[in-house]
Design a protein around this ligand. Structure first.
Ligand code: PSU
Ligand code: MN
Length: 332
């Protein structure tokens, strides 16, 4: 491995070459890796990346802060080091301390929702950016974190065949070798087309302990996932094979929401229909659409969707941490 004195262009050349022994000081000088995350990475200990748009745009304050802290605690309890990723004052931070988490949670929508396309702008203008799945994957890969936990990913929007509104999460999954643990995609999206697009992008989609692709609030979507894994170990072997073959694509691991928290499908579905109609009436499009729909569905369901959202993220955090621990064992 090259020393930390290597040029940044050489470091960039290695970005997609994930190794759990990649020393974080080899990554980009614009990026700040917390001491705890840096130590864990250089010792080959399990680390789990966490996104920050879910904190700023996905949930209201103060539930967002509480959830972010609890999710980090769950990752720790399951033997891994959490690395929440966000851009603060233009500096991409890998691993936030409590004060930074609190700052982001209070900023809420005043932080810029930052997908891959927005990263350079947020850094150049020294803004605060909450990273979506695509931007979080980019930074996780840069510093060598192979497992990333979130709630739900973006997908192909309904009528996406006309609007071309397809989340950059899907193209990132096609180009960046990080395993994303999520509860599937919400039925605010077009799930069958999302799966088609993931196939086109060469993304391995593996459902956890089920053949069904889950729909975030509900365990089923009516769509079959192309692969199934039944344990953290099996999932770790999948990630390891993907890496050893140098396939370079990401892996989407879908974990159904725990049964006791699955909101009734028809209740959520009618809230989604109403929210979609309102989005059309109010001309809400582009990157404002997902946060608008999430907030409206939560209001219409009287907070039931938020409670389900929190429960599934915590469940994903426990499973993601176990996968990352298994992967560290495999590689040691
Ligand atoms: N889906 C959710 N909750 C979320 C998001 C998606 O159920 O918080 C966030 C994630 O950060 C995801 C982003 O990466 O929205 C996708 O936004 P868009 O559809 O604009 O690509
Ligand atoms: Mn979009």
């Amino acid at each position: 491995m090259a020393s930390s004195s290597s040029s940044s262009s050489a470091a960039f050349g290695r970005l997609s070459n994930i190794s759990n022994h990649l020393c974080p000081t080899d990554s980009n000088p614009l990026v700040k890796v917390s001491a705890q995350v840096s130590d864990a990475l250089s010792s080959g200990l399990p680390v789990v990346a966490l996104e920050s748009t879910i904190i700023s745009h996905g949930m209201p304050y103060p539930q967002n802060l509480e959830t972010a802290k609890e999710v980090e605690a769950i990752v720790r309890d399951n033997g891994a080091v959490p690395a929440t990723i966000a851009i603060l004052d233009g500096v991409p931070c890998i691993g936030l301390n409590l004060e930074q988490l609190e700052r982001l949670a209070r900023l809420g929508k005043n932080a810029q929702k930052t997908a891959r396309r927005d990263i350079a702008y947020v850094v150049a203008t020294k803004r605060n950016g909450a990273t979506t799945v695509s931007a979080t994957m980019f930074f996780a890969a840069m510093v060598g974190i192979p497992v990333f936990v979130t709630g739900g990913t973006g997908g192909v929007h309904r009528h996406g065949e006309h609007t071309m509104d397809i989340s950059s999460d899907l193209t990132e999954l096609g180009r960046t070798p990080v395993a994303v643990v999520s509860a599937g995609v919400k039925s605010i999206l077009d799930i069958p087309r999302t799966l088609e697009y993931l196939e086109t992008q060469g993304v391995c989609v593996a459902a956890y302990k089920t053949y069904e692709f889950p729909a975030f609030f509900t365990q089923t979507s009516g769509c079959k996932a192309p692969c199934r894994v039944d344990s953290p170990e099996e999932c770790a072997r999948l990630i390891d094979a993907n890496r050893k073959l140098n396939l370079r694509n990401g892996i989407l691991v879908t974990v159904p929401i725990p049964k006791e928290h699955a909101a009734s499908g028809s209740l959520i579905e009618s809230a989604i229909q109403q929210a979609l109609a309102e989005a059309r009436e109010n001309n809400v499009t582009g990157n404002a659409e997902t946060p608008f729909l999430l907030a409206r569905v939560n209001e219409i369901t009287g907070g039931a969707s938020l409670a389900s959202n929190i429960a599934l993220v915590k469940n994903n955090a426990a499973i993601g941490a176990k996968i990352s621990v298994s992967l560290a064992h495999l590689r040691s």
